[in-house]
Design a protein. Structure first.
Length: 251
C-alpha cells in the first residue's frame, strides 16, 4: 500500500496473484482426477450389478444382498459428483481467462452444474431405495422401479454431459487454450453421450440403458476429464488481459 501525489492511498496488487490463481486452477485439476477415480471406484464396488431387463426378484435380491456395497458406491459417486463441480468451475475459469467475451465458459459451468444435479438426484434415489428396503422389507417388490429409473436417468443425462463438452470444444477451437486434439476428443465424447441418450427407448440388446456398450461414452468422457485435469495441474495459465498470450498445453 502506498500514496499517490494527491494523497490517495493505492492498494498494491499482490505479487503472488498469478501463483495463487494457478494454484486454484491446479486444485480444480486435482478435483477432476479425483472425480474420475471415485466414479471408477464406485462402479467397481457395485460389482456385477443386474441389468434393468433382469427380473424384479434378481434386482431386489442384489440390492438387499449387497446393501453395504451399494450404499458405499453411492457415497463414492456423490463425492465424484462434488469433485466434478469443482473441476468444471476451474475449467470454466481457465476458459474465461482465455476469452472474457465468450459465453462458452458460462455454458461449461452451467452444463457441469446440470450434470451434477442429475447425478445427485440419481445417487440419492438409489441410496434412498436401498435404505428404505432395509427398514421396510415389504418394499422389495417395487425395487426394480427406482433401479430402472436411475439407470435410464443416467443414460439420458448424456445430453447434459454433452453441453459442457461442446462448449469446451468451441472455446478451445476459438482460443487454442488447450491442444486442438482436446477439442476433437470433447466432440467425440459429446456425440457418443448424445447417441446413448437417444437409445433410452431400447428395451433389448446392446443398446439397452445400463448395458456394457452404454459405458463407452462415460469412459471417453472420463479420459477427456483426466486430460483436461492434467493440463490444469501442470501447465501455465491461459491468456490473461494485459499479459502476453499463452495457451495451456503449448509450453
Amino acid at each position: 500500500m502506498n500514496r499517490s501525489s494527491t494523497g490517495v492511498i493505492l492498494m498494491r496488487e499482490p505479487r503472488d496473484r498469478g501463483l495463487r490463481e494457478g494454484h486454484e486452477l491446479r486444485w480444480g485439476g486435482a478435483a477432476g482426477v479425483g472425480a474420475v477415480v471415485f466414479a471408477l471406484l464406485g462402479r467397481l464396488i457395485m460389482g456385477g450389478a443386474p441389468r434393468i431387463t433382469d427380473s424384479t426378484g434378481t434386482i431386489s435380491s442384489y440390492l438387499t444382498g449387497h446393501r453395504g456395497q451399494v450404499l458405499t458406491a453411492m457415497v463414492f459417486y456423490a463425492i465424484a459428483t462434488a469433485m466434478f463441480v469443482w473441476f468444471g468451475s476451474a475449467l470454466a475459469t481457465g476458459l474465461r481467462r482465455a476469452d472474457e467475451t465468450s459465453d462458452a465458459p458460462a455454458v461449461v459451468l452451467g452444463g457441469t452444474a446440470l450434470t451434477a444435479a442429475i447425478a445427485f438426484v440419481a445417487v440419492g434415489l438409489l441410496a434412498g431405495t436401498v435404505y428404505a428396503m432395509t427398514l421396510h422389507p415389504g418394499l422389495m417388490a417395487g425395487a426394480s422401479g427406482p433401479y430402472t429409473a436411475v439407470t435410464v436417468m443416467g443414460t439420458l443425462a448424456g445430453i447434459a454431459v454433452a453441453v459442457p463438452l461442446i462448449a469446451s470444444a468451441i472455446s478451445i477451437m476459438h482460443t487454442n487454450v488447450f491442444p486442438m486434439w482436446m477439442a476433437g476428443l470433447a466432440i467425440v465424447a459429446a456425440a457418443l453421450s448424445i447417441l446413448s441418450a437417444l437409445a433410452i427407448a431400447t428395451t433389448r440388446g446392446a443398446f439397452t440403458p445400463g448395458s456394457a456398450l452404454m459405458y463407452v461414452p462415460g469412459v471417453v468422457t472420463g479420459l477427456w476429464v483426466l486430460a483436461a485435469s492434467g493440463l490444469l495441474i501442470r501447465e501455465h495459465l491461459p491468456a490473461i488481459p494485459g499479459r502476453a498470450p499463452h495457451a495451456m498445453g503449448h509450453a
